[in-house]
Write a protein that binds this ligand. Structure first.
Ligand code: SAM
Length: 465
């Protein structure tokens, strides 16, 4: 594998790592670390470990994170379809551990697709507050929205907007912002050979300047006192410590927080003396760059960099709330339908957007003009003379909240049939029924005469091989 790596990259790594360089090279002889994170919005860690049939071992990067020590095709796995877990490189879970979102906070994930870190933030929010997940590339934003739905997230907005547009519209709005920046991806070389093909010193410079722009937009969206986490999966100092030095020189209203005081995985970032050979500046920054954090393959992950900053002052700014339309004619029928299927009241504010009644989180800002492709949870589709519940509504609901559940054991042949979109037997069931795998809701159907008409969305079905 080392033979495939660009010479320029190897020279730079030797200059950066010095005596550890040999050890670093040896890590290319072992396969990339794989991992998964249990989605605690859908099931407890203990319950998951009892039924998951593959070998796992605890990762140091977050308590829900595990190394996966065997081959697994997630696309064919019922518990993956049910949103019980998210496949994620172990060290990629470290950035959200540092961001440490709290229930009730307003959190922005600015570069969010495919959604590993967004779904981790949502689990930490426990359904309270807001996750705003943004992805600038339209096709990737669609995948992000799918993952948000699969993981049963109630309190998210998914948008496809330029960071600068969000900065203009959502000034001082968020308590915490994550910038998981597009980068040269040197930590992904084992997994993504195209990252090797695209590597060049010019690309490092291009990525670094794009990262500065994104960070400056992110800074605008933070409330005073708010936290900004910047992360990459690359090793180049220009995209990591030196990027932070540049940002802090442009934004004196931010300070760098010592991550070593918060977590213990990985190692401190490089000091100015260690990275100044990669910089065009001769002046050392006024901050301890080693307050940042590095994870190298020698530290149990494929490679990550994380910096935590706090906005210490900001201008006063007012953000208007979302104007809910209280005359919405679908609200009464929606509440009736909801009451037929669930035991409690709807978990969000019901509102028709297009031909869907959605359950929206509270305290949304004005959404127009921000490329929003999904907000809250799709509750029901408005058909000609009736409403029909949406898959997302069941995915975002817990077993105990549903009036009627067909709960299937992992090995029941009906699990696969359901995920293929086939009718299945449902003795004694009538009407809208949630379908669960080992207690985790995976979808729904409509039952009559002991048979369940399948409502598993066509695009998500397992295709028979
Ligand atoms: N946070 C994601 C996760 O955990 O699944 C991974 C994000 S990936 C490292 C960086 C993302 O930034 C990509 O999805 C990419 O499309 C997006 N991106 C590319 N150019 C961008 C730009 N100019 N501004 C904002 N995001 C950009």
């Amino acid at each position: 594998m080392v033979k495939l790596l660009p010479d320029g990259f190897l020279k730079r790594m030797e200059k950066l790592l010095k005596s550890e360089y040999k050890l670093f090279l040896e890590t290319y002889n072992i396969p990339a670390k794989r991992g998964l994170r249990v989605n605690t919005l859908k099931c407890g860690i203990g319950d998951f470990l009892k039924v998951f049939p593959y070998t796992l071992s605890q990762s140091p990067f977050c308590k829900e994170g595990f190394y996966l020590d065997s081959e697994l095709r997630a696309g064919a796995e019922p518990l993956h379809h049910a949103g019980a877990y998210y496949m994620q490189e172990p060290s990629a879970m470290s950035a959200v551990s540092v961001l440490d979102p709290q229930p009730g906070e307003m959190v922005l994930d600015l570069c969010a697709a495919p959604g590993g870190k967004s779904t981790q933030i949502a689990a930490a929010l426990k359904g309270r507050g807001l996750l705003w997940a943004n992805e600038v590339v339209r096709q990737r934003a669609g995948i992000l929205a799918q993952n948000i739905e699969r993981c049963g997230i109630r309190n998210a907005v998914v948008s496809c907007a330029k960071p600068s547009d969000l900065a203009n519209a959502l000034s001082c709005f968020f308590d915490a912002v994550l910038v998981d920046a597009p980068c040269t991806g040197e930590g992904m070389f084992k997994k993504e050979p195209e990252a090797i093909a695209q590597w060049s010193e010019d690309n490092i410079r291009f990525c670094a300047s794009r990262q500065t722009e994104i960070l400056l937009s992110a800074a605008e969206t933070l409330k005073p006192g708010g936290r900004l986490v910047y992360s990459t999966c690359t090793f180049a100092p220009e995209e990591n410590e030196l990027q932070i030095a540049r940002f802090l020189s442009l934004r004196p209203d931010f300070e760098l927080v010592d991550i070593g005081d918060i977590i213990s995985f990985g190692r401190p970032g490089f000091s100015w003396d260690e990275v100044k050979g990669f910089s065009n500046d001769s002046e050392p920054p006024a901050f301890h760059l080693e307050y940042t954090r590095r994870v190298f393959p020698m530290d149990g992950g494929e490679g990550h960099f994380i910096a935590l900053m706090r906005r210490v002052s900001a201008p006063e700014n007012f953000i208007g709330g979302y104007n809910y339309n209280l005359k919405d004619q679908n609200i009464v029928p929606f509440n009736k339908l909801y009451g037929e299927v669930f035991k409690a009241q709807p978990f969000g504010i019901a509102q028709t957007i297009g031909n869907t009644v959605r359950l929206l989180p509270e305290n949304l800002p004005e959404l127009k003009g921000l490329g929003v492709i999904s907000a809250g949870v799709a509750g029901a589709e408005v058909l000609k003379n009736r409403l029909e519940p949406c898959h997302a509504l069941f995915m975002a609901s817990e077993y105990g909240e549903c009036k009627s559940v067909l709960n299937l054991e992992y090995g029941d042949s009906r699990v696969l049939s359901f995920l293929k979109g086939e009718q299945i037997e449902a003795p004694g069931c009538t009407g809208w029924i949630a379908v669960a795998v080992e207690g985790v809701i995976a979808g729904f159907g409509k039952a009559s005469n002991g048979v369940l008409k399948n409502k598993y969305p066509k695009g998500l079905r397992i295709v028979a091989e």
